[in-house]
Write a protein that binds this ligand. Structure first.
Ligand code: INI
Length: 157
């Protein structure tokens, strides 16, 4: 039996950049609040976190890429909300953002986490951002920390 690798959720010493979309700000500020709570819970230092705001979810990948390429962060967390019922070009926006964020990870080697919710309605958006179904911003931060710790095991310096 070979080795088993698993990243933990200890955020001490983990440097994060959050990229947050201003579109649907009433929802994305809730994602950000969840992300902040999770960072505190997992021991990420406030000094190790920077935040960049972008106009809409479509702009998340480019800003995430710039931040990843700066080598100043261990992971990038992208937060946004694309609401199906309110977005005529929902499929284009959501698919592009998902692909763009995953390309950042693949191209740079820095984990870029997809903390973008794609609910059918605003009510569902609220449920997923601190309502009955948790907070996807908090989940995204936990994913970022786990990936950073896993990659540190896979590529020890
Ligand atoms: N951006 C979002 O983040 N969520 C949306 O629901 C949305 N809608 O409804 O269109 C949205 N559009 C703006 C888009 O992300 C870009 O900012 C814009 O197209 C300029 O590139």
């Amino acid at each position: 039996m070979g080795a088993t690798y698993e990243g933990g959720l200890d955020g001490a010493g983990v440097r994060l950049a959050l990229v947050v979309s201003r579109f649907n700000e009433a929802v994305t500020t809730r994602l950000l609040a969840g992300a902040r709570e999770a960072m505190t819970q997992h021991g990420v230092s406030e000094d190790d976190v920077d935040i960049a705001w972008v106009p809409g979810a479509f702009e998340l990948p480019l800003a995430a890429r710039k931040l990843a390429e700066s080598h100043r962060y261990d992971a990038i967390v992208c937060l946004g909300a694309v609401i199906r019922g309110e977005t005529p070009h929902f499929e284009y926006v959501s698919a592009e953002v998902a692909r763009g964020v995953s390309e950042v990870s693949r191209d740079t080697g820095v984990p870029a986490v997809f903390g973008v919710i794609t609910p059918d309605t605003r009510e569902q958006a609220l449920e997923r951002t601190g309502g009955s179904r948790g907070n996807k911003g908090a989940d995204a931060v936990a994913t970022a920390i786990e990936m950073v710790n896993l990659l540190r095991q896979l590529r020890p310096d």
